[in-house]
Write a protein that binds this ligand. Sequence first.
Ligand code: XMP
Length: 509
Amino acid sequence: MLDFGSQYTQLIARRIRELNVFSVILPWDVSTEKIKSLNPKGVILSGGPESVTESNTPRIPEIIFELGVPVLGICYGMQTLAEQFGGQVSSSKNKEFGHAQILLEKSSMLFDGFSSGSSIDVWMSHGDHVSTLPDEFILIASTASAPIAAMEHAQKPIYALQFHPEVTHTKQGNTVLENFTFKICQCAAQWKMENLIQQRIDEIKEKVGDQKVLLGLSGGVDSSVTAMLLDQAIGKNLICVFVDNGLLRKNEAEDVENLFKDKMDLNLLVVDAKKVFYRHLKGVSDPEQKRKIIGRTFIDIFDNEAAKLKDEMNFLAQGTIYPDVIESSESESKEARVIKSHHNVGGLPDDMKMELVEPLRDLFKDEVRKMGSELGLPLEMLNRHPFPGPGLGVRILGEISQEKVLTLQNADAIFIEELIQADLYHQVSQAFCAYLPVKSVGVVGDERRYADVIAIRAVETVDFMTATWARLPYDFLAHVSNRIVNELEGVSRVVYDISSKPPATIEWE
Ligand code: XMP
């Protein structure tokens, strides 16, 4: 997939993977060597926000046509194809956005299974359109507002669509993508989880041989799946380090130790660094400063532990996944090997001359979960809500103390336990408690209590970029609030956070 910047680029890549065919997203200006090294069976050109009617906008590199493999241009991909083959693209005054019906003008392998003359419901989202077909191209579909809605090259396997086959609003979009993938590119449906696991194990074995690999295990999905995969590949040559920073959820350190050390028999080193973290955080209340201290302390401790190991560590494994790669490098061609900063390892210390092992680097989150489940990780763990790297450090407002951590851990455990009991846990995307150092008066039994406040937060979101507060039932909230105030001495009041994002972020700090 060549990316021209469409909001749907990742979706196209996923649709192809859902057909059990491997696909990878590359920027439109990727190097020729990179494309050649992948030996693609076909190329899809994504949509994009720019206009080919303007100069200096992205174009398809010549190498794509020299490969001789089938090409499918979508939206901007179609427009730049048309322009590069000598057709014309015009800007419309009105952007076409929404449902449309295309009429199939001529039979085409891309629309195999549909009879010509029939119409298909599609989703359009474009300003420009192809106004004159390039000489070598044939019209295959039209709509009232986009007379050239699909076209194909007269001799070569080059196809283009103005609409978006990848979105669910295009009802038969999957058939079109299947036709391109299987009938035109002749791909085999081999991207299956079991093959993938075996392939990754073989790759790790080949890269690492009988040398040692160090992994910072956080207990989150990505680093856990990475650990399981490496365990299968190299067994005891994998050394996992889990740092208990004292800012984890209740029982988390014990749970991680039980699962990975006792049950899975991994080579796991649990470092109890609670005191060091609390000491470094003492007197600090600024959120960004807390984040920095937590990150730096983690690196120091991790580095220190690695130095204590008697064997030389040649490799550092990381649970980097595909969205991290896309987020952290604007352009893959620049090959920015940015180390994921929040979850597993805060940054590779300069004097740790280790090579990276990142076996999940090209997988989406749901693929990582599927892999984890095949590798024997429990579903409750794989489907747990996300938890920020700095942990409770950004959920205790202001200065952190061990006492506040204990109160928050207990409050949070009550809330999560009740959500699970009420079958509400998976209906929200992320839920947690925050600790507000605000004294309020309460009455418990005959006594007045002057204690702090716990805020409950639960949000629904697809991408975590925007989120709405979850409309949890009042009776449920009442029950959770009662339990927290009654069971925890340090809390006099519970409030429910009814802010959406934006303007409020999901976390409180
Ligand atoms: P916000 O608070 O920005 O959070 O709406 C969006 C998502 O990111 C998580 N988050 C973090 N994760 N380190 C992390 O690893 C962080 O510093 C951090 N801050 C927020 C948050 O839990 C939510 O899922």
